[in-house]
Design a binder for this molecule. Structure first.
Ligand code: A2P
Length: 295
């Protein structure tokens, strides 16, 4: 069985491949969810300044009684904090809320295509934080091919990670190929396709997909476990989100089976090309900007 549990980033920092996500987890449910995840063995927690729950993530990490070096903590700078000085200050806000001196992975949450200079200045601040040892790795999120091209043209440090929407119904092969070409790890958000659950029409939910269901039955696992295993065997990091203790445990119980090459290809073939999240090219401060509180 292949060891899909740890990934080495392009600056040699290692990271547990499977992380725990808290997107849209209300602050008052975050501490319990992260505590359950840590008790189940997750050692990689992904949050963001814009989620409003960094403080509760930090509380759960501190309460777990683990050495700080045992938990990989990842967060994201929101677009309203882009700019060199603003992003340095964004780090201070996140570190303070998380209760940590050093953040393991700090990434830009989105490109700001209409104000890309601001995005570049924000990334330059990440490079400074990396050089100063305030963060162990830096990266981006929701960067498309054009955004990566423009960033790589000016950046000194190649991002370690590009966190993008990837699930069986939306795989973004061109972005993944560009990530791979530059040694950038693809990290999948909405890895079991949660973003597809509430939409109508054909291919509405990955959880009900007949092919995924058949593969799950063949292995005695659940559709969510099959999707997570697919990410890991394809070399991606994945950060499933749940607030339900049973599902939190289910989502990390993916290291006792292996999908065949045919099954991996069958899941790859389910891509519909239809994005669930916002169009990255359309992100602007006017439509998505909002102040990130100091505390
Ligand atoms: P809940 O928090 O009630 O468990 P994604 O990370 O792909 O966006 O998926 C998140 C969504 O999937 C949430 O609605 C979450 O709900 C649900 N979910 C998480 N794990 C599982 C699972 N193992 N089986 C079914 N649904 C799940």
């Amino acid at each position: 069985m292949s060891d899909a549990s740890t990934l080495t980033l392009n600056n040699c920092v290692t990271m547990p491949a499977l992380g725990f996500g808290v997107f849209q987890t209300p602050p008052d449910e975050t501490r319990a969810a992260v505590s359950a995840a840590l008790a189940d063995g997750y050692r990689n927690i992904d949050t963001a300044a814009a989620y409003g729950n960094e403080r509760q993530v930090g509380e759960a990490v501190a309460a777990a009684g683990l050495d700080r070096s045992e938990v990989f903590v990842e967060t994201k700078i929101w677009i309203s904090d882009y700019g060199y000085d603003q992003t340095l200050h964004g780090f201070e806000k996140s570190a303070r809320k998380l209760g940590v001196d050093q953040i393991d992975l700090l990434i830009l949450h989105q490109a700001l295509p209409s104000e890309f200079d601001k995005t570049l200045e924000a990334y330059r601040a990440l490079e400074t934080l990396l050089a100063d040892g305030k963060v162990r790795a830096i990266g981006v999120s929701n960067f498309m091919v054009d955004h990566l091209t423009a960033l790589l043209d000016r950046a000194t440090v190649v991002p370690a990670v590009n966190q993008i929407e990837v699930h069986p119904y939306f795989t973004q092969p061109q972005v993944q190929a560009m990530n791979a070409e530059h040694g950038i790890l693809t990290q999948a958000w909405s890895p079991i396709g949660g973003i597809t659950f509430y939409r109508d029409g054909q291919h509405s939910s990955t959880l009900q997909d007949p092919d995924i269901g058949r593969i799950a039955d063949a292995h005695g696992k659940t559709p969510a476990q099959v999707m997570l295993r697919w990410h890991l065997q394809r070399g991606r990091s994945a950060i499933p989100k749940s607030t339900n203790p049973q599902r939190i445990a289910e989502n990390i119980d993916v290291f006792d089976f292996e999908l065949t090459a045919t099954e991996l290809a069958e899941i790859d073939a389910l891509d519909t090309g239809r994005r669930g999240g916002p169009e990255p090219e359309a992100i602007t401060l006017e439509t998505f900007g909002r102040a990130i509180p100091e505390d």
